[in-house]
Write a protein that binds this ligand. Structure first.
Ligand SMILES: Nc1ncnc2c1ncn2[C@@H]1O[C@H](COP(=O)(O)OP(=O)(O)O)[C@@H](O)[C@H]1O
Ligand SMILES: [Mg+2]
Length: 279
């Protein structure tokens, strides 16, 4: 069953990601302590939905998408993708890492090809080559196919990471501050491309950002996470028309109201971080 949510993106009622009372943390062996990064988080994400996570540094945003991708396991509660508990990474989910995570000894083209080598995907050689070319174009890296990561700027490395995540055309795209290192103008262009792209493919996206403008211009919902241990403070529905980059949504009164609301929620948490709240 599909339903139009009124903002131009079609969502089915089916949950793709379900976190139920999820608590995740880390063993700090040196300190002989356990650090709870996320506590009792429950969230469902519908197919085709674009969910943005915002919150202060260290509140557990990366931990949450790592739990979806299967890189960390729940201490308590459950995390399911398509109705099945997550037990590890899989080709249905791809991640754009905050620190790029490129292989320095591989060229741009070879980095983007990596998912095809790691995953057993039923895709012909021609289709692989065609997709690699297409995603290199999408992220505007034509001409840099044979460059190595050390020859690229931060923004270019980030775009390699984005192309690498998209090339396997995953159901779920997990993006950890993917545009943080990209210059302001390229960033706006890439936000527009991403919106257009995921609208066309129907991919489900969980996206982390520090930028409230980015959260509102991209998200169907903005999930505000509180300072450690991270908990969902509030979920803000973003009911603005799409495609947002064709309208000038930033001039709409509703945009300004949303911006104030999200900033109000994030501000308290940010100040708590600045005061150095205890772990
Ligand atoms: N691999 C790890 N080992 C130990 N502690 C970690 C690890 N990764 C994250 N943490 C801690 O967990 C908390 C949440 O981190 P993270 O999920 O990266 O937050 P965010 O992405 O919101 O900045 C922080 O206190 C961080 O120091
Ligand atoms: Mg992070």
């Amino acid at each position: 069953m599909t339903s139009d949510q009124g903002n131009g993106r079609v969502r089915s009622g089916r949950h793709v990601i379900t976190a139920a009372n999820l608590t995740v943390g880390y063993e700090l062996h040196r300190e002989r302590q356990r650090l709870t990064a996320l506590r009792d988080v429950s969230l469902t994400v519908d197919r085709g939905e674009f969910v943005v996570l915002v919150g202060p540094s260290g509140c557990g945003k990366t931990t949450f998408i790592n739990a979806i991708s299967g890189l960390v396991s729940p201490w308590e509660g459950t995390i399911e993708v398509n109705g099945r508990p997550v037990t590890g990474p899989g080709p249905d989910r791809a991640m754009v890492f905050q620190d790029y995570a490129l292989m320095p000894w591989r060229t741009v083209e070879q980095n983007i090809r990596l998912p095809f080598e790691l995953q057993d995907l039923d895709i012909s050689e021609e289709e692989r080559d065609e997709r690699i070319r297409r995603y290199i174009d999408l992220v505007d890296l034509g001409g840099f196919e044979n460059s190595f990561p050390y020859e690229l700027s931060g923004g270019m490395k980030q775009r390699v990471g984005i192309a690498r995540a998209l090339v396997s055309e995953p159901d779920i795209l997990l993006a950890d501050e993917p545009f943080a290192a990209v210059d302001a103008m390229t960033r706006e262009a890439m936000q527009g491309e991403l919106e257009r792209f995921v609208s066309a493919t129907g991919q489900t996206v969980v996206f982390i950002t520090h930028s409230i403008d980015e959260a509102i211009t991209l998200g169907d919902r903005v999930v505000v996470i509180s300072y450690r241990p991270g908990q969902i403070k509030e979920i803000v529905d973003v009911d603005l028309p799409r495609p947002r980059f064709d309208y000038d949504v930033k001039t709409l009164p509703a945009y300004t109201e949303l911006r104030e609301r999200v900033w109000g929620l994030v501000k308290d948490e940010a100040f708590q971080t600045a005061r150095g709240a205890t772990p």
